[in-house]
Design a protein around this ligand. Structure first.
Ligand code: FE2
Length: 365
């Protein structure tokens, strides 16, 4: 079967935020991203300021508006800071638009050619859950830094910031409302040609208080993975409901970033002020029994608060940040895969109990 939507890679992830200048510094100082591009008033962009940040293959764009009643400002007013756009690089942005809209996608942006002295790009976009979109970027005729309108900003980057070893986006998780998961699973299957990799129900993902259900969707190459969560009925408010309450709609819950050396990466992130969830000491008591031998020193794993899980293909190491803005919405996962292709099912319980402790502190459990 031919893939009607061959996605080459995640091109960039764009965040709408209240103050892109300051947010970009958080990702530089905290996460070790490098400022490489800028678009704003000085580059004749009177609409918004955008900062391009890069680390490994990861590209984030932080954007805020100059105008009080712009779409960007409305987005920030409603959702707080969060992910607006997960953009995919494609060979043909017009065809990607046509094929997905034909299959039911709601158009956001008709194919448009944008050029500067470095050539041109064609982009188009469709809506996904909440106010989130997917942009299709065709850049084969473009030689510039990033997109037309962006200038090299590397000279503005603070000196002496080293990267933290982050390499790529492993997966991006969407939270949708109760009863809507299957609808969005179908959207990714029928409209974007994704297939289902894994499924978790509330028996897999529940604690005494909260539960959720999740299905992992991936594109034909398996490089782009998007799990979709919905809350399941529990005794108290689940983390998914808390997210929906504060984000005011479905949206991106977390982005998982890969590293080849999680111990070093997480030690660096912590030193730079990124906050992580912690699990109780008891988590580590029977860990060896559960996951068997791992290459890393168990003392280091426990000392850094890393979670470990094993599947048929190997094991994985992971840790979750606290929310990265004041609203308890978007957070990050840092993941190192050593063969494992799953998502840490064995850690869900410990992780959720940890999130519930945070929710209790916020008074939102
Ligand atoms: Fe994850």
């Amino acid at each position: 079967m031919t893939d009607f939507l061959p996605l080459k890679r995640i091109d960039y992830i764009e965040f709408y935020c209240g103050n892109a200048k300051q947010s970009s510094l958080y990702y530089q100082y905290g996460f070790g991203f490098k400022l490489t591009g800028y678009s704003g008033l000085e580059t004749k962009n009177s609409k918004c300021a955008s900062y391009l940040l890069e680390q490994g293959k990861i590209r984030f764009v932080m954007t805020s508006s100059y105008d009080d009643n712009s779409f960007i400002s409305e987005h920030v007013k409603k959702h707080g800071d969060g992910v607006f756009d997960i953009a995919f690089e494609v060979d043909d942005a017009a065809k990607s638009f046509e094929e997905t809209v034909k299959r039911g996608a709601v158009p956001y942006l008709n194919p448009v050619k944008i050029e500067d002295s470095n050539g041109y790009i064609i982009k188009s976009a469709i809506r996904t859950f909440g106010d989130t979109i997917h942009t299709f970027i065709e850049r084969k005729n473009y030689k510039g830094l990033f997109l037309p309108g962006f200038t090299d900003a590397s000279a503005r980057a603070p000196k002496g910031i080293t990267d933290t070893g982050l390499k790529s986006v492993d997966h991006m998780v969407g939270n949708v409302e109760l009863g809507k998961m299957l609808e969005w699973v179908r959207f990714y299957a029928e409209t974007l040609g994704f297939s289902q990799l894994l499924s978790f129900d509330d028996k897999d993902i529940s604690t005494e208080y909260t539960a959720l259900m999740s299905k992992v969707m991936q594109n034909s190459t398996g490089k782009i993975k998007m799990p979709i969560n919905e809350p399941a009925p529990g005794k108290k408010k689940s983390q998914i409901e808390e997210y929906l309450d504060f984000y005011k709609s479905p949206g991106i819950q977390h982005i998982a970033l890969t590293t080849p050396d999680i111990l070093t990466t997480v030690a660096e992130l912590k030193k730079r002020g990124v906050e992580f969830l912690s699990v109780p000491k008891t988590y580590y008591e029977d860990l060896i029994k559960r996951v068997g031998h791992i290459d890393e020193d168990m003392k280091d794993i426990e000392g850094t608060g890393i979670l470990v899980d094993r599947d048929d293909d190997g094991y994985l190491l992971q840790i979750f940040s606290k929310p990265v803005q004041d609203r308890p919405t978007l957070f990050f996962e840092i993941i190192q895969r050593k063969g494992a292709r799953s998502f840490g099912k064995g850690n869900f319980k410990a992780l959720f109990e940890s999130i519930e402790r945070e929710q209790a502190l916020r008074g939102t459990l």
